[in-house]
Write a protein that binds this ligand. Sequence first.
Ligand code: GLA
Length: 393
Amino acid sequence: MDFSVRKELIKNRFENQFSNTPEIIVQAPGRVDLMGSHTDYNLGYVLTQAIDRNTWIAARPRQDKIVRIASLNVEGTSEFHLDDIQHDTVNPWTNYVRGVADILQKEGYELTGFDGLIHSTIPFGSGLSSSAALEVASAILFEALADWEIDPVQIAVLCQRAENGFVGMNCGILDQYSSAMGVANSVVLLDCRSITHEIKPIADGVQVMICDTKAERALTGSEYSERRAQCEEGVRILSQFYPEIRSLRDATLGQLAAHKADIPPVVFKRCQFIIEENQRVLDMAAALADGRHEDAGQLALRSFDGARDLYEIVSSEMIAMKDAITGAPGVFGARGAGAGFGGCLVAFVREGEIDTFSSEVLKKYTDFTGIDADVYPVIAASGAGLVLSRSHN
Ligand code: GLA
């Protein structure tokens, strides 16, 4: 949607909703991981970028410590007092805002209430981090309404804690970090142990494409926690033999293989995937930076295979999408994005062949599954910030 059209839309709808004008608009982007599935909570690396799909909140401060929120994407409004933050079971999407308010206050930040209207262009539940974008946008908004400032890395850390503690999803730092710290036209090589990143160039001549299976993600919560627990079990066993191993980031394939007999087979597979995937992140960053497109494509395909066979997070629709992508014009490779269990694949496609790629993938995927997919390019965007500041209203 055109920027000024969107701004007018959200302002007008805000006026209808709250009978007043918004004073401020903030935004936080979604993300796509180019390599590194489930490596974040294993304190490894992820190659990630913020995308040009984001969540806006238009807001007007209030003096009574009440937060009232509505959304252009989801039905229902929700209201809470900053001195008494409870979970909302009727409008659970507002828990992302509530959780961020809660953690900021627990950290000693003084918050101002507001009327807020949310508008998102990130598809929900497709693995592009719409939840993290709402969290990060909320934190940016509380900051903009206050007289304190907060480091964007700290915003990412606190938003992750809000999701872990308040929402109850035991995610790593990837989504919130990408949304807070994205760099326009660049790829971010995130180190999840030091919570720092290196900026890498975007590959010349390669377009990042999102191929959304449009299949509902199932079991993401429980299966996700189970994977995490299996990785922790692997670390527990390996660290008995190698005390320096504190997370799978520290382990090598050689160490893992040497203790195959000590590790339950499922745990072994999970650990193998993470150790291999972590190395693939570094290899992918190098391949993209050097313009080795074929190598990058092969790495993506190996990631997909490992996610399917070892980590077992690939749904049947994801396999159908991968089959639709294989052999399509201009494609170098593709892999699952986000947590898996449905959602999107990310494909690397030669610039100039986007249209033929998209139409072939769309057609084949519908032939295979009967589902209409969504296939579109994304651009690396900057992290969260102000769209409209109070002084420029
Ligand atoms: C979800 C989580 C992230 C990360 C990915 C998988 O998006 O929120 O922390 O674990 O899955 O890489």
